[in-house]
Design a protein around this ligand. Structure first.
Ligand SMILES: Nc1ncnc2c1ncn2[C@@H]1O[C@H](COP(=O)(O)OP(=O)(O)O)[C@@H](O)[C@H]1O
Ligand SMILES: O=C(CO)[C@@H](O)[C@H](O)COP(=O)(O)O
Length: 545
């Protein structure tokens, strides 16, 4: 290349998930050039998080779960250094975007935007932003201490279904409206000195923009505040949540919006091009949808900290116990999502309990050493109160469906856990009228999608082939793809699938279902239903229906 030729364009994506901040640089062909991450617990031990969060237990109350906002800011300082050490040349970045764990809220103190606008490139971000937040912590998606506020929100519009018709979801404790209502009601000083409330995604975006970033439609759908048809905040729900909320949220924008150019701080400190576009950040699940390039008939399974199931929806649909978000790639369409708190962290706990090595390899070998159907043994593990059903505890059953104290062996326990996790998901899909026959393949992503044995259980329980992307971090890739697509939206069309999403890169078939899987697992779904019914009456009949 001669010195007069312009450098090839590159695109930067971030994903601020529960346990880590990841960053990736791609080129115009969507090839990964550099990738790095910062693990909160181990790289930033001074914030004393466990699995990325802080849990406060108060007797007689549900635990409060939050994350230190400055930890995320410091992680950003670190990831940029790490990417630079990997060889990233930020002057080549034409556009950047990002994603983040959904629903969490950040409270910027009065005057914080002035700090964002006048950052000194000679200093770390976290030093300059230490006093920028009205609350040092942000409530996150694992928090469910807001039951009373969720109930009030539903009552304000006539019930859960009415709320779901407006916002795509009934009131969930982890959703932003209930979290904000709690802050406004019991931490009044914090609320009153807040000039802006960001989602975790728009908070991260604000740091790059050097001013407050708008909330995008897709992540905004996880707040119980956005009317997902009109794409405006619902005045009725704003009113029911907290006073003066509209001004604190700013107007929502389409997910592909270019919100401006990168702040001078990053130009001077890290050598970014001053014309680098900053594209609205979105939620990690919407971003995964963009990174996985889903097609009609695909079911996505994300095995991150949470387990989530999601799919592209052409039209808005009522998903009881699930959620419907505005689609991040096409704002006239939607995506459906079911989220489970008891995903990777429960698998990790049982791995540590049941393996000598405490390693995933041994966990996988033990899982493989047991037969499909596990001799009829089944386990339902809810370390945290689950989202889809308000149930907590460990429930173990023998071949006859009787409750037992413990399983005979570690391998039986491991299979009981993994089969139970995915049978329950199949049961919930069937209850939503989404039978296994309605999707032709499963695309898996997230940390646990590198475990072939877990994926085999998924293929068998759902009787569908399982594919993974070469890069398991689809939310992260989706962020970089969205940066690229928004940059080139007007420049070039690019190859697209029929949904308008870019064509998938490096999608590999990793597992096919065992030929008799359907005969084995269909009756087990019914057993699982019966076992859930045996558990739920102790909590309340309404919840079991
Ligand atoms: N080989 C593996 N088998 C099963 N689970 C794994 C494996 N490697 C990592 N994990 C799980 O992946 C989780 C992290 O996934 P990741 O998608 O990075 O999470 P998040 O994006 O929520 O921070 C960990 O909690 C861990 O339990
Ligand atoms: O609450 C939800 C989705 O509704 C979670 O999926 C969060 O978005 C956290 O994501 P991970 O950190 O597990 O990827």
């Amino acid at each position: 290349m001669t010195s007069s030729e312009p450098l090839a364009k590159q695109f930067l994506g971030f994903d601020l998930s529960t346990q880590q901040l990841k960053g990736v640089v791609i080129n115009e062909k969507r090839e990964v050039l550099h990738e790095s991450h910062v693990q909160f617990d181990t790289d930033l031990p001074e914030f004393r998080t466990h699995n990325g969060v802080i849990t406060v237990l108060t007797k007689g109350q549900k635990p409060e779960v939050s994350a230190p906002v400055l930890m995320w800011v410091k992680a950003l300082d670190m990831i940029l250094e790490r990417l630079r050490v990997c060889g990233a040349d930020f002057s080549q970045i034409a556009s950047l975007s990002g994603s983040a764990q959904q629903h969490g809220t950040v409270y910027w103190v009065n005057g914080a935007e002035e700090t964002l606008k006048s950052l000194d490139e000679g200093q770390f971000l976290h030093n300059q932003m230490a006093t920028s937040f009205a609350s040092p912590t942000a409530p996150v998606w694992l928090d469910s201490s807001t039951t009373a506020y969720s109930q009030k929100l539903e009552e304000s519009v006539g019930g859960p279904e009415e709320l779901a018709i407006i916002t795509g979801s009934k009131a969930y404790e982890r959703f932003s409206a209930s979290q904000i209502a709690k802050v406004a009601s019991i931490r009044t000083t914090v609320y009153n000195k807040t000039e802006r409330i960001s989602l975790v995604s728009s908070f991260m975006c604000s740091l790059f923009l050097g001013k407050y970033a708008a909330i995008d439609y897709a992540d905004g759908s996880g707040m119980n505040l956005l009317d997902i048809k009109s794409k405006e905040w619902s005045p009725q729900l704003l009113e029911a949540t907290a006073p003066g909320l509209a001004e604190k949220l700013g107007d929502p924008v389409p997910s592909h919006s270019v919100l401006g150019q990168i702040s001078n701080y990053f130009v001077e400190r890290f050598g970014f091009n001053e014309e680098c576009d900053v594209v609205a950040f979105t939620g990690d699940n919407p971003s995964s949808l963009a990174g996985m390039c889903l097609e009609e008939g695909d079911m996505a399974i994300s095995l991150g900290t949470s387990d989530t199931l999601f799919m592209w929806l052409k039209e808005q649909k009522y998903l009881e116990n699930g959620s419907v978000f505005v689609n991040p790639l096409n704002e006239t369409e939607y995506m459906g999502l079911l989220c489970y708190k008891n995903g990777s962290l429960v698998r990790e706990r049982i791995k540590d309990k049941c393996t000598k090595s405490k390693g995933w390899e041994e966990f996988g070998s033990l899982l493989q050493s047991t037969p499909w159907g596990n001799f009829g043994y089944m386990g339902l593990y809810f370390d945290e109160e689950e989202i889809v059903h308000p149930v907590q505890g460990e429930f173990k059953f023998d071949q006859d469906g009787r409750r037992i104290e413990k399983f005979d062996s570690h391998e039986v326990e491991i299979r009981a856990l993994v089969e139970g996790q995915f049978l329950l998901k199949r049961l919930h899909l069937e209850d939503l009228d989404i039978p296994v026959e309605s999707f032709s393949r499963i695309v898996a992503t997230g940390g646990a999608s590198q475990n072939q044995m877990i994926l085999q259980v998924i293929a068998d329980v759902f009787n569908a082939p399982v594919y993974t992307l070469d890069n398991k971090n689809s939310a992260l890739l989706g962020a970089a793809y969205r940066a690229l697509d928004s940059y080139s939206r007007f420049a070039k069309a690019g190859r697209k699938n029929e949904n308008g999403a870019p064509l998938a890169q490096g999608l590999t078939l990793v597992c096919s279902p065992y030929s008799e899987a359907l005969q084995i697992y269909t009756p087990m779904v019914e057993k699982c239903r019966a076992q859930m019914k045996s558990i739920l009456p102790s909590i309340g009949d309404d919840e079991a229906s």
